[in-house]
Design a protein around this ligand. Structure first.
Ligand code: SAM
Length: 225
């Protein structure tokens, strides 16, 4: 508990230092932080809305365990994966959208998909003002034809949910890069580039970068003779 508190203080401090370089992002960051005090995202409640969302996605309550990626961690991982101006990043399981601010910090387009509507409604407006879109939805059904980079902090997902998510990843364009936290994508066609230990709000975790290189051409595209 003490270590989580210390990590919290340290990462808030580094977040704020980074935001001094991009003062436009300070306001939405402040809104995210204020909402965390008003209603913590770290204690999921079995509300009617939460149970309905879980029933629809076929997931369990324990898959909603919450944790965030500090800005410095996200920026370093994204840079390593080649995120920059002209990139389009999607965060699958975006929580309250802290990661989207890291993508905007790098000049990329940022979109987040989050299952729990309460997370989204609390912060979508301040995020939208700096061009970051946070939407309610099931990541396993997300439209992934457009992104150049996909991030997922899937530490709490059950193997069945991960498997459905990986099937969805296959709807991405070849060359799309994937940044995953805790575990790599264990499936053919996702070529691993690197693994790094990085700091998260709950401790140190592995961050994996992969590239989607399908061996079979996408449906409708013929292999050259
Ligand atoms: C560990 S948090 C990560 C938050 C954020 N991506 C970050 O790294 O700062 C995981 C989030 O995924 C959400 N989630 C779980 N299953 C989901 C699904 N099928 N579709 C969208 N979001 C989901 C949870 O509600 C939770 O907010």
């Amino acid at each position: 508990m003490v270590s989580v508190l210390l990590i919290g203080i340290l990462t808030r401090f580094t977040d704020l230092l980074l935001l001094l370089v991009r003062p436009r992002l300070l306001r939405p960051y402040g809104s995210l932080w204020r909402e965390e005090f008003r209603h913590t995202p770290y204690r999921a409640r079995r509300t009617f809305e939460v149970i309905r969302a879980l029933n629809a996605s076929g997931q369990r309550f324990r898959e909603l365990i919450y944790g965030e990626t500090p800005l410095l961690t996200a920026i370093l991982a994204f840079r390593r994966a080649g995120v920059g101006r002209g990139s389009r990043l999607v965060d699958l399981g975006a929580g309250r959208g802290r990661v989207l601010l890291a993508a905007r910090w790098l000049g990329a387009e940022a979109r987040g998909i989050e299952l729990i509507a309460d997370h989204v409604t609390r912060v979508e407006a301040p995020l939208a003002r700096v061009g970051a879109r946070l939407q309610v939805g099931d990541a396993t059904q997300a439209d992934l034809e457009d992104p150049t980079h996909v991030f997922t902090n899937w530490l709490a997902l059950e193997p069945e949910t991960k498997a459905r998510l990986i099937e969805r990843f296959r709807t991405c364009r070849p060359g799309t890069r994937f940044i995953t936290v805790t575990r790599p994508i264990e499936a053919p066609d996702f070529v691993r580039h690197s693994r790094r230990w990085m700091l998260f709000t709950w401790g140190i975790e592995s961050v994996w970068i992969h590239e989607y290189q399908p061996t079979e051409p996408p449906p409708g595209v013929r292999r050259p003779a």
